[in-house]
Design a protein around this ligand. Structure first.
Ligand code: NDP
Length: 444
């Protein structure tokens, strides 16, 4: 058995029943094998064995009382995966599907994503199997306060700085920040994605979606293409999807479809983003409500069918493994030329294979959606300085970071003989910085 296979077998044995984590580790190991063949120092000092094992895993009880007076118990997680290049950094996800496997895969990918941004942030992730959907304001607040009542002792502005993810937006960050401040008696930058009046950064809300589009624009440029006049399909209708749609439209793309976990909207004229923002951000409604204002749009009640809609550019921005091999083949046969992953690991390994074989421009999540965490790190800098940059200053920095991630990933792919394969390139470029830091800091 090769060294890589041995390590992978050990990961599977040590982390049973964690398919998403195995999937993320497998892709990483396959990508970095050429680096290990060229540099024996990473093997000699056990960098790979260490990097696949989280530095710390915290699992805790989150008890709270619902509006009926009944006690509810959820499970909380924080996986502090790697702090070689900075404090742990990564979002919190509140969704009923959350378990150790999902948080571990997200935390693992976060290490390399954060490294690619060029900013001093380590990798971590957390969350809970709590479902904010259908809960009252009082219930969401009660849950967030209970969650932070345990989490606060594990985090800090120089230790671990969580942010949002699925089910955690400005509202949840606000309730958690309030509780942290109350317990610690300290006004410090312990969370990112904060409100603009109390330590948040301009562009943080838009960052993942805008960054994704900046990254895809760089990919398109390599073929002399741009967003102008292209048909774009975006899954999801949350934070990432909405701002990806906004920037894609601003660059001349026609975004025709968006979705949620109930179904998808197809509006051939181009999605009315003001309507979608109001439904999702103000009314906390469903995609189907779009029909109330645009009766001529089409609503399909099986959301994965969104990938059967012909498009030039596909931006999966909902959840992991949402594009399987069959959906990828459909996209290719419908003429799709570029796929940018806004969600984390939205394409199965089979789907990635189809995109690469067919020379579809493919932007893997850890490179393409790094804009969110990049602006989170800029929020940390602004908090430390007690100073705020303007919208255009942050947006400009975000754009430069996304261009640089594209360049670093392309160069690493080329250097190791995988020209145009940004999956391999992003993994290698992200890995090298962390691995060298781990070597320099000794066996810890
Ligand atoms: P939101 O909660 O704001 O939105 C998530 C969207 O995806 C909703 O439309 C939701 O539909 C849909 N969705 C979620 N889970 C499923 C599912 N299992 N099946 C179908 N649809 C689903 O989350 P974000 O926009 O913040 O996150 C979306 C993705 O982007 C995630 O993969 C996240 O990890 C990734 N990401 C987010 C970053 C950020 O800055 N927020 C940064 C980098 C990556 P419904 O409302 O019906 O649940």
């Amino acid at each position: 058995m090769s060294y890589i296979n041995e390590i992978f077998a050990k990961v599977v044995e040590r982390n049973p029943n964690e398919p998403e984590f195995h999937q993320a580790v497998k892709e990483f190991l396959d990508s970095v094998e050429p680096v290990l063949n060229r540099n024996s120092k990473y093997l000699r000092y056990g960098v790979i064995e260490r990097i696949v094992e989280p530095e710390r895993q915290i699992i805790f009880r989150v008890p709270w009382v619902d509006d009926k007076g009944d006690v509810q118990v959820n499970r909380g997680f924080r996986i502090e995966f790697n702090s070689a290049i900075g404090p742990y950094k990564g979002g919190l996800r509140f969704h009923p599907s959350v378990n150790a496997s999902i948080i571990k895969f997200l935390g693992f990918e976060q290490i390399f994503k954060n490294s690619l941004t060029g900013l001093p942030i380590g990798g971590g992730k957390g969350g809970s199997d709590f479902d904010p959907k259908g809960k009252s304001e009082a219930e969401v607040m009660s849950f967030c306060q209970s969650f932070m009542t345990e989490l606060f002792r594990h985090i800090g502005p120089d230790t671990d700085v969580p942010a949002g993810d699925i089910g955690v937006g400005g509202r949840e960050i606000g309730y958690m920040y309030g509780q942290y401040k109350r317990i610690k008696n300290a006004y410090e930058g312990v969370l990112t994605g904060k409100g603009l009046n109390w330590g948040g950064s301009l562009v943080r809300k838009e960052a993942t979606g805008y960054g994704l589009v900046y990254f895809v624009e760089e990919m398109l440029k390599t073929r002399g293409e741009s967003f102008a006049g292209k048909t774009v399909v975006i899954s999801g209708s949350g934070n990432v999807a909405i701002y990806a749609a906004e920037k894609a439209a601003e660059l001349g793309g026609r975004v025709v479809a968006m979705s949620d976990s109930n179904g998808y909207i197809l509006d051939e004229k181009g999605i009315d983003l003001n309507a979608m923002k109001r439904i999702k951000e103000v009314e906390r409604g469903r995609c189907k409500d779009y029909l109330n204002q645009h009766a001529d749009a089409h609503y399909g009640d099986n959301w994965p069918d969104i990938w059967t809609i012909p498009c030039d550019i596909a931006l999966p921005c909902a959840t992991q493994n949402e594009i399987d091999e069959k959906a990828a083949k459909t996209l290719v046969s419908n003429g799709c030329i570029a796929v940018g992953e806004g969600a984390n690991m939205p394409s199965t390994p089979g789907a990635v294979g189809v995109f690469l074989e067919n020379k579809v421009l493919f932007g893997p999540a850890k490179a393409a959606n790094a804009g969110g965490v990049a602006v989170s790190a800029l929020e940390m800098s602004q908090n430390s300085m007690r100073y705020s940059w303007t919208f255009s200053e942050v947006d400009q920095k975000l754009k430069e970071i996304m261009i640089s991630i594209h360049r670093k990933s392309s160069e690493a792919a080329r250097e190791y003989g995988f020209e145009d394969n940004l999956v391999v390139g992003a993994n290698i470029a992200g890995f090298l910085k962390v691995a060298d830091a781990m070597l320099e800091q000794g066996v810890v």
